[in-house]
Design a binder for this molecule. Structure first.
Ligand SMILES: Nc1nc2c(c(=O)[nH]1)N[C@H]1C(S)=C(S)[C@@H](COP(=O)(O)OP(=O)(O)OC[C@H]3O[C@@H](n4cnc5c(N)ncnc54)[C@H](O)[C@@H]3O)O[C@H]1N2
Ligand code: MOO
Length: 410
């Protein structure tokens, strides 16, 4: 039985949505290396304002603007130094008629309303300074211009007030959002739990480290594991036995420990299609989807898990994941939908009219060159820049015609 791309996609979405919805949450420290790219599971509100307190934007002198109103190059104003405020110090008071040296990030002394950068003082650098509790402040600083109230002062909460929403539920945690969470005093971040996937390959031709005659290296496990990990998926790879009973037993075990099982290979019309044979008695549903590559497809809803069965040719396997799984992972991870670009075709391309064809392409000199459609061409897959979709009903695209391209391998 053959079905359309859209029908198969709808069927798999219906199967996978409950898997994503049942994942639950976990709590990670804000400094955890695992936090980046996770998605918040709750609205998160600031425990602290940002900035946490009113502080200096410059290394300079905290002053009362009123004390410097008369300052000019011909009538400099000289003020005695009070204690110095460094970043991390508790707030100090500014005595009337004095200025307090302040460092960038230090609390503005109580009573000060302006900061004059040190290089604007007549001396241009700080003299010997004394911090509160470390002796008696002495010395003077001289100024040749007034300084407006609020100048070089970063007010408390100007970026975000305490109690305000930092990130709503469903926000993907970028490095910058992690900084905002940390600055707003949040230490423990509730996030959606990662999807755990068993990625199962089959086939006696997979030769491990030393492929014998007739055998090949496994390309699908490392490729698909790398792709899925980019979406935060925890991937467990397994090469399952080529015997249907032993394969079924392995799947039965795996389904207890993972959220989703992917199998690659063993589903088409051969005499030894272990996946198809093993899942036949477990509700396995195998059919041909009107797409190329990736025609043979299957799935099974087991008691504890869902199995998606993708075809074994590496290009077919990759495109199956890209067509049927990564769009859902994008939504789950709060990622934006990819957007196509448009370029003219460098050559005329034909396509089977009754299938949705996905072609790999190179983008060179503002033109799209379509590559060979072979689904075994792993190196061609690696050098491709983009995918071009040719829908059902289209049998030819003419050279020069503008087509949508979707970037890949970025
Ligand atoms: N008589 C028919 N033959 C085939 C049909 C068909 O409709 N009728 N469909 C073809 C299409 S299209 C595809 S795609 C493949 C799908 O086959 P399977 O999913 O059963 O996959 P296998 O037969 O196990 O392998 C196919 C191909 O891919 C290689 N392979 C498998 N696993 C890996 C791996 N982990 N790393 C690298 N390469 C892998 C395998 O050696 C085969 O060359 O069936 C067509 N045949
Ligand atoms: O459709 Mo198969 O997936 O072309 O090689």
């Amino acid at each position: 039985m053959s079905c359309t791309l859209e029908n198969h996609r709808t069927e798999l979405e219906a199967l996978l949505r409950p898997v994503f919805n049942s994942l639950g949450t976990q709590v990670l420290p804000v400094a955890s290396a695992e936090l980046c790219d996770k998605v918040t599971s709750e609205d998160l509100f600031a425990a602290l304002p940002i900035p946490a307190f009113t502080n200096s934007q410059m290394d300079g002198y905290a002053a009362r603007s009123a004390d410097l109103l008369a300052a000019s190059s011909t009538t400099p104003v000289t003020l005695p130094l009070g204690f110095t405020a460094a970043a991390g110090d508790r707030q100090i008071p500014l005595q009337h008629g004095t200025v307090s040296p302040v460092m960038t990030g230090a609390m503005i002394p109580q009573g000060a309303d302006t900061v004059i950068p040190v290089e604007e003082s007549v001396l241009g650098t700080f003299p010997q300074l004394v911090r509160a509790g470390q002796g008696t402040a002495s010395g003077h600083a001289q100024f040749t211009a007034p300084s407006a109230p609020g100048r070089f002062i970063r007010p408390v909460g100007v970026d975000l007030e305490a109690g305000a929403l930092v990130a709503s539920a469903g926000t993907r945690l970028t490095p910058t959002m992690i900084a905002a969470l940390a600055s707003s005093g949040l230490r423990e971040i509730p996030v959606r739990r990662t999807l755990t996937v068993a990625l199962c390959t089959t086939g006696d031709e997979l030769g491990g480290d030393n492929p014998a005659e007739g055998q090949i290296p496994d390309a699908n496990s490392p490729m698909l594991a790398a792709l899925l990990r980019r979406y935060g998926v925890e991937v467990r790879t397994a090469q399952l036995p080529d015997d249907p009973d032993r394969f079924a037993a392995a799947i039965d075990q795996l389904q207890e420990h993972v959220d989703l099982i992917l199998t690659v290979g063993g589903i088409s019309a051969g005499a030894y299609e272990v996946v198809r044979q093993a899942l036949a008695g477990r509700g396995g549903n195998f059919h041909h989807v009107a797409i190329q590559p990736g025609g043979p497809q299957g799935f099974a809803a087991l008691e504890h898990s869902v199995v998606l069965c993708f075809p074994g040719n590496p290009v077919s396997a990759l495109l199956s994941v890209e067509l049927f799984l990564t769009p859902l992972l994008r939504v789950f991870n709060g990622l934006p939908e990819p957007q196509p670009e448009h370029f003219p075709l460098a050559q005329t391309v034909s396509s089977p009219e009754h299938k949705h064809q996905v072609r790999r392409a190179l983008i060179r000199d503002g033109q799209v060159t379509i590559l060979d459609p072979g689904s075994h061409l792993v190196h061609d897959l690696a050098r491709a820049d983009a995918l071009v979709h040719i829908p059902v009903g289209v049998s030819e695209l003419a050279a020069g015609q503008s087509v949508e391209i979707w970037r890949m391998n970025v």
